[in-house]
Design a protein around this ligand. Structure first.
Ligand code: GMT
Length: 385
């Protein structure tokens, strides 16, 4: 490690979802490199192992005071961050999401005053793409970004959208996501057997099933494939698949779908699979897509948001809404296994060349140190405040 170990506070969402997964992985990697890492959230992040050295977790209770008609999280979070930040003399608050996390970091910094941690805010997508358009949140997000000491986005595409939506007039660094697969506990054959899959072509989809993931498109691609009888679709779902059962039935796919809800064995499922299928209409990066590339499986997705930056030419990308093209692409992977294997290998090589912790974590360390050295370009004069 170059320079002294840092004391870093990471604020993130704890649930299955790309931003929390990434923030957890980052904290774990930073601690492994000798830094002291404090996590703040309303629950323990799903992939956080508290037995690791230099990892601390501070649970924040959502404020349910009888004086207030509605619960509040931002103020209790800010108070906790200020307490821990001051007592442990944290160097950095790294907020994953502007609202409410960077706002809480800003309040905590003001509460601490002199010597307070610097704020690094990472945008993961919906701050910009959803809330940025929302009159109730837009100004708060803009404020949080202007008052951060550094702002990062997980793709160039998200940076461009952020610059277009907010009046920032400040530097934004692009630092992509990374992934470190965990060792497999079971063989491909074992997992396929557990799933009840024999010689069929197993397509894997992993997401939280929010509307932006377009599960309707996902199902229609399978239904449109010429080879549909050979296909099984494994949906590794961060939420209930119930709302999609009617469409599954209408499309005659009941025998083709396997659903695993809130199951974290993603490396094993990907290893057992033959391809990854992603039909989101909005994706600032697509961490699940990266996870699929790491597993050496060919990815089919739409050419939207940050996905082309992740996949490059090492996958099968289609214009948004081209379900027929995607179905044909899927058919050709089934019909030409050697081509499918080659695309999978290309994707894996790309993931290993660009998106490992070794490539990405030093960029955050460098950013923290430049912020601490106050060597960041300031917001230009005239920037709105
Ligand atoms: O959309 C999700 O799956 C969850 C969401 C989140 O906030 O956790 O993911 C966002 O952050 C991920 C990590 O940076 C990105 O890989 C996802 O593309 C991004 N989601 C969207 O932009 C819709």
């Amino acid at each position: 490690m170059e320079g002294r170990p840092l004391r870093i506070g990471i604020t993130c969402f704890p649930l299955i979802g790309g931003s929390g997964i990434l923030a957890t992985a980052l904290g774990v990697e930073l601690a492994a490199r000798g830094h002291e890492v404090h996590f703040f959230s309303y629950a323990q992040p799903v992939r956080l192992d508290l037995s690791l050295p230099r990892i601390h977790f501070h649970e924040v209770a959502v404020g349910e005071h009888s004086l207030f008609p509605c619960p509040d999280y931002t103020l209790p979070l800010a108070v906790r961050m200020a307490e821990i930040g001051a007592v442990n003399r944290l160097d950095i608050f790294h907020a994953h999401y502007a609202v409410p996390h960077a706002i809480a970091a800003f309040l905590a910094r003001e509460m601490i005053g002199e010597g307070a941690p610097k704020i690094v805010t990472t945008l993961h997508g919906t701050d910009t793409t959803l809330l940025g358009q929302h009159a109730d949140y837009r100004a708060a997000i803009e404020f949080a970004l202007i008052h951060s000491n550094a702002v990062t986005t997980v793709s160039q595409s998200l940076r461009e959208q952020t610059e277009a939506i907010f009046r920032l007039d400040r530097e934004i660094d692009v630092i992509p996501n990374f992934f470190t697969p965990r060792p497999l506990a079971k063989s491909r054959a074992q997992v396929r057997q557990e799933l009840g899959v024999g010689g069929e072509f197993l397509v894997v989809h992993m997401s939280n099933l929010r509307p932006t993931k377009r599960i309707d498109f996902l199902l229609r691609v399978i239904a449109n494939a010429r080879q549909r009888e050979k296909i099984r679709l494994l949906v590794v779902a961060g939420d209930s698949f119930g709302p999609y059962e009617t469409l599954v039935h209408e499309l005659g796919l009941s025998e083709h779908i396997i659903v695993k809800e809130n199951d974290s064995r993603i490396e094993e499922y990907l290893d057992a699979g033959d391809a990854g299928l992603y039909t989101s209409e909005n994706e600032s990066f697509g961490l699940s897509i990266l996870e699929t590339l790491f597993a050496g499986k060919p990815v089919l997705a739409f050419r939207i948001g940050g996905i082309p930056e992740v996949v490059g030419d090492a996958g099968c990308l289609y214009e948004f809404g081209d379900l027929a093209g995607m179905a044909t692409g899927l058919d050709s992977l089934i019909e030409q296994p050697s081509r499918a294997a080659r695309i999978g290998q290309l994707g894996q090589a790309r993931a290993l060349d660009h998106f490992t912790a070794r490539h990405v974590v030093p960029r955050y360390e460098q950013l923290y140190r430049s912020v601490l050295a106050d060597a960041r370009p300031k917001a230009r004069a005239g920037a709105p405040s």
